[in-house]
Ligand binder design. Structure first.
Ligand code: DC
Length: 226
């Protein structure tokens, strides 16, 4: 890796594998920047709906993705960044199941992915970047010195999501959540464009049955920072 390029740790994996929490903790611990690439796909879907663009209108979706007016606003350490779309706080809105599902639909389109590529690479600045997504190690930062693929069983991921939603006061059915997770995994894994899979040089960590601190310890060890 050239000396004037900031280091990157990529953390890829399916939704609910603990990536979001672990990448936030890693970035905080290292004092590095954080890229939540899923937020960009969620924002593209949300902006499309607001502009009455159909989620299968590829050329229009590419324009939406290319023209996204996004600000990731820093918050006190430990809190997730606030996300502004054209100045409006959409932090909660992009976290809904519907928005995640719509994001997964727009993310199958290669031209939409291309439109978001440089925006993601621009996050790579000193002192370093922790990049959270599906294709961080395979496509966006293929030269990253540390690549982690975080996974967990679908049942465990459904349980975690269920607990999160119940804590937030949202009443959900765990079987319905499990089914949604399976459908979304299927779409993310089997799509032709940048499918969800570990990079050849990724270290795979299965977080099933591990606490978030244990997962963080393993990620720090993988990053050679333990
Ligand atoms: O990580 P997330 O749940 O916020 O991601 C939402 C959707 O966006 C996910 O179903 C697939 C897509 N995505 C992607 O295709 N590539 C990424 N790097 C990140 C997310």
């Amino acid at each position: 890796m050239s000396e004037n390029v900031a280091p990157v740790i990529t953390v890829d994996g399916p939704g609910g594998s603990g990536k979001g929490t672990v990448t936030q903790m890693l970035a905080r611990k290292l004092g590095w920047h954080l890229l939540d690439s899923g937020a960009l796909y969620r924002l593209t879907a949300l902006a499309a709906i607001r502009q009455q663009v159909a989620l299968d209108d590829e050329p229009a979706l590419v324009r939406v993705a290319a023209g996204l007016d996004v600000t990731f606003q820093p918050t006190p350490p430990g809190d997730p960044a606030r996300v502004l779309l054209a100045g409006e706080d959409v932090t909660s809105e992009i976290r809904t199941e519907t928005c995640g599902d719509n994001a997964s639909k727009v993310a199958v389109m290669q031209p939409v992915r291309d439109a978001l590529l440089q925006r993601q690479r621009d996050f790579r600045v000193s002192p370093g970047l922790v990049a959270d997504g599906r294709d961080m190690g395979t496509v966006v930062f293929p030269d990253a010195p540390v690549k982690i693929f975080l996974t967990a069983s679908a049942e465990e991921r459904a349980r975690r999501r269920y607990n999160q939603l119940m804590e937030a006061g949202v009443d959900v059915n765990i079987d319905a959540l499990l089914e949604e997770i399976r459908v979304r995994d299927e779409r993310d894994i089997n799509r032709a464009a940048a499918p969800l899979k570990p990079a050849d040089d990724a270290q795979v960590i299965d977080s099933t049955g591990l606490s978030i601190e244990e997962v963080l310890d393993r990620c720090m060890a993988a990053a050679g920072q333990a």
